[in-house]
Design a protein around this ligand. Structure first.
Ligand code: BEZ
Length: 202
């Protein structure tokens, strides 16, 4: 299988963490892909019309996207058991969606500052993205810590990859002081070999 990949993407990282946790990194060949909303570059637009990564080309069916679809597929294929049975599954999926939402807002903030000329940037729009992230961090800290402290699952992986992306691209916005319990959980989860083996470079 081919995984269209960029190490900085928190969504690609989710899939890579799953593969590490399942000890199955040898099941995919990484294909470097990079681009932006303004220029698809080497993103696999012929396989994913949305031009987004990760995308997983497999021998026995259409290319899969996005990270949640690929994660469900690989979890089933590898019997990784990172999606528990219902009813715990519904919590895992909400937490995964929350982590992905944090990562989406953080990537949009990065695009706004990185891709737009300074004169056309909207500080209010960037701030609205950060407010979304702040609400999601508060929800994780207030509602989901007991789940996050349970057996590893894709909800935890999505949150950890999102927090890693905040540190990677938005280090100027400290989140730990306002969310100390989440920060303590992340310090432990981030030490897992699967997280250490997938950390984006500067
Ligand atoms: C980044 O460089 O921040 C990035 C790269 C790929 C996807 C999303 C973000």
């Amino acid at each position: 299988m081919k995984l269209f990949h960029a190490p900085a993407s928190p969504f690609v990282r989710k899939v890579m963490v799953l593969l590490h946790e399942a000890k199955a990194t040898d099941r995919v060949t990484l294909v470097p892909a990079s681009g932006s909303p303004l220029d698809p570059g080497t993103l696999p637009v012929d396989r994913n019309p949305l031009g987004k990564i990760p995308a997983l080309e497999r021998p026995d069916g259409p290319t899969l996207y996005d990270s949640r679809v690929i994660s469900r597929y690989l979890d089933d294929l590898l019997q990784a058991r990172l999606y528990p049975a219902a009813p715990r599954l519904w919590d895992t999926l909400v937490i995964e969606a929350t982590g992905d939402g944090i990562a989406e807002a953080a990537v949009l903030m990065r695009y706004e500052v990185h891709l737009r000329p300074e004169t056309t940037r909207s500080p209010a729009w960037v701030d609205a993205q950060w407010q979304k992230i702040a609400r999601a961090l508060a929800a994780l800290e207030d509602r989901w810590m007991s789940h996050l402290s349970g057996p590893p699952d894709m909800g935890q992986i999505a949150v950890a990859c999102a927090l890693g992306y905040l540190d990677f691209r938005h280090a100027d916005r400290p989140w730990r002081t306002t969310h100390p319990v989440l920060a303590a959980w992340y310090a432990t989860f981030d030490a897992r070999p699967a997280m250490r083996g997938t950390a984006p470079d500067a």
